[in-house]
Design a protein around this ligand. Structure first.
Ligand SMILES: [Zn+2]
Length: 433
C-alpha cells in the first residue's frame, strides 16, 4: 500500500472511530465502558448548544457574579424575594470565605451557620429546617454529590444491578458539560437535587449571586433532563439562614447529613483511604448497635472520582447488611412528587421497599429534555418535607476548600476492579469555559 493510500486509510479509520464513539443520546452514552470515551465531550446536545449560544447561562465553573442581563425571569423572581431575605452579611467574596469573619463569628451562632456551628435548625423566622437524617428507622438516605461525573457508567451500572436508587446532587456546570450523563440519572430512576453552579461556599456570595448559583443550576437541570428539582445540598455544607431562605424561595429544601465519609478529601490530600474506610465502618457500627432504631441516617458521599465511586461500591454490601433499607432521601420522606412537574412520580417509601412501581408512572413522562429553560422552575417556596431534623451535622473538613471546583479528575470505576484512566477534566472543558 502506498504511503498516501495508507494515510487515507488511517484517516478513514480515525474518522470512523470518532464517529462511532460520539454519543447521540443518553442510551448511547450510557453504553460506553471506556472512560476516555465517556469523558470525550459530545457537544452535540442541541438544547445546551443553543442555550450557550444565546448566553442563557453563566460561564461554567466560575462563580456567578450576577444575574445575566437577558434573564428577565430570574430578575423578576429575585426581585420578588429580595426584600424579605434575612439581613445577614455575606461571609466572604465571590464564594470564598473570609477567615476573619469565620474566626470572629459569635458563639451564639445567630445565623444558624452550619460551617462553624453545624446548625440545622434555623433561627430566622419562616425558614425551614434542614433535612439531616431521615424519619424512617434503620434506613439510610443514600446519595452522591458533585456529579454528573463523566465516567460514572460503571458506578451507575452497579447501582442498577443492585436495583439501588439514590439522590444525586448535581453541579450545574457538570450538567452543562455532560448532559447525557445527567439524563442517565432520570433514566435510572435516581433523584436529582441541586448542588450549585460553581461549587463555591454559598455564604460567601451576595444575595443575587447565591440566587444565581441555584437558579442557573435549576435551569440547567430542567433544560437537560426535563425536570425541575425541589431539593439542594450546599457545597461543603456551607449554609446559613440567608442562604436557606433564598433556596426555599426557589422551591428547594435543604438536605444535609450527619455522617461524613470524607471520601472527597482523599483526592485533596487531606484524608487517607484508611480514614475514609473508618468513617464508613463507624456508620455501619452505629447501625449495628441500634443507633438508628428510631430515626434513620444520611451519609455524605461523592461521585467525584474513581476512588469515591469504587469506595461506595466496596462498602455497599456492608451498608446493605447494617441497614434495613437504603433509599433516596426523597423516598424516605415520601416525596412522591420530587420535581415541579406533576407528571413525574417517585415511589413512596413503602412502595420502594416493597419494590412496587409508583402509580401511575414512575418513569419519566416529564423528562422531555430540551424544553424551554424552566418556565415553571422554582415557583413557590419549598415545603418542609417529612419530619424536621434537629441533629447536628459533622463538619466536612476545611471550610474554605472546594471538593469539586472544576479541577477534579474524571476517572473510571469498575466493579471488577479499578480500570482507572485519569483525565484532566479542566483540559477537557477548557474549550467550554
Ligand atoms: Zn460537593
Amino acid at each position: 500500500m502506498s504511503p498516501s493510500r495508507s494515510a487515507a486509510v488511517l484517516l478513514a479509520l480515525l474518522a470512523g472511530s470518532a464517529w462511532a464513539q460520539t454519543p447521540t443520546n443518553e442510551a448511547s452514552e450510557a453504553a460506553f465502558t471506556d472512560p476516555v470515551t465517556e469523558c470525550t465531550p459530545a457537544n452535540n446536545f442541541a438544547p445546551v448548544a443553543a442555550a450557550v449560544a444565546a448566553s442563557s447561562f453563566p460561564a461554567i465553573w466560575l462563580p456567578v457574579q450576577s444575574l445575566l442581563p437577558n434573564d428577565s425571569e430570574g430578575a423578576a423572581k429575585f426581585a420578588a424575594m429580595s426584600g424579605s431575605i434575612p439581613n445577614i452579611a455575606p461571609k466572604g467574596v465571590l464564594g470564598v470565605l473570609n477567615e476573619t469573619i469565620e474566626d470572629t463569628y459569635p458563639a451564639a451562632d445567630p445565623d444558624c451557620w452550619w460551617t462553624v456551628a453545624t446548625c440545622v435548625t434555623p433561627k430566622a423566622p419562616g425558614v425551614n429546617p434542614d433535612i439531616a437524617s431521615v424519619p424512617e428507622p434503620n434506613t439510610l438516605g443514600y446519595g452522591f454529590d458533585d456529579g454528573p461525573n463523566c465516567s460514572h457508567n460503571a458506578f451507575y451500572d452497579f447501582l442498577s444491578e443492585q436495583k439501588q436508587k439514590a439522590t444525586m446532587y448535581y453541579i450545574g456546570s457538570n450538567v452543562i458539560d455532560w448532559p447525557y450523563q445527567a439524563q442517565r440519572a432520570i433514566t435510572d430512576g435516581h433523584e436529582i437535587c441541586v448542588h450549585t453552579w460553581s461549587h463555591r461556599m454559598m455564604t460567601a456570595f451576595t444575595n443575587e449571586q447565591a440566587f444565581g448559583e441555584l437558579w442557573y443550576t435549576i435551569q440547567a437541570i430542567k433544560l437537560v433532563t426535563g425536570v425541575t428539582p425541589t431539593c439542594w445540598r450546599p457545597p461543603l455544607g456551607d449554609v446559613d439562614d440567608r442562604i436557606r431562605y433564598i433556596a426555599q424561595q426557589l422551591g428547594l429544601f435543604t438536605i444535609m447529613w450527619k455522617y461524613n465519609s470524607n471520601d472527597w478529601e482523599v483526592s485533596a490530600g487531606s484524608a487517607t483511604p484508611a480514614q475514609v474506610q473508618a468513617n464508613y465502618n463507624a456508620l455501619v457500627a452505629d447501625a449495628q448497635s441500634g443507633a438508628f432504631d428510631t430515626v434513620g441516617a444520611i451519609i455524605l458521599t461523592h461521585e467525584l472520582n474513581n476512588y469515591t465511586m469504587q469506595t461506595a461500591i466496596d462498602n455497599y454490601k456492608n451498608l446493605s447488611a447494617a441497614f434495613k433499607h437504603i433509599v433516596p432521601v426523597g423516598v424516605a420522606l415520601n416525596q412522591t412528587q420530587p420535581y415541579v412537574e406533576s407528571n413525574y412520580t417517585q415511589q413512596t417509601f413503602e412502595q420502594y421497599i416493597n419494590n412496587e412501581a409508583a402509580t401511575p408512572d414512575i418513569n419519566n413522562e416529564a423528562a422531555t429534555p430540551g424544553n424551554s429553560t424552566g418556565s415553571d422552575a422554582g415557583t413557590g417556596t419549598a415545603a418542609a418535607p417529612g419530619s424536621s431534623s434537629t441533629g447536628s451535622g459533622s463538619k466536612s473538613g476545611s471550610a474554605s476548600s472546594g471538593e469539586a471546583t472544576g479541577s477534579s479528575s474524571a476517572v473510571s470505576v469498575s466493579s471488577f476492579g479499578l480500570t482507572s484512566v485519569v483525565l484532566g477534566l479542566c483540559g477537557i472543558v477548557a474549550c467550554l469555559l
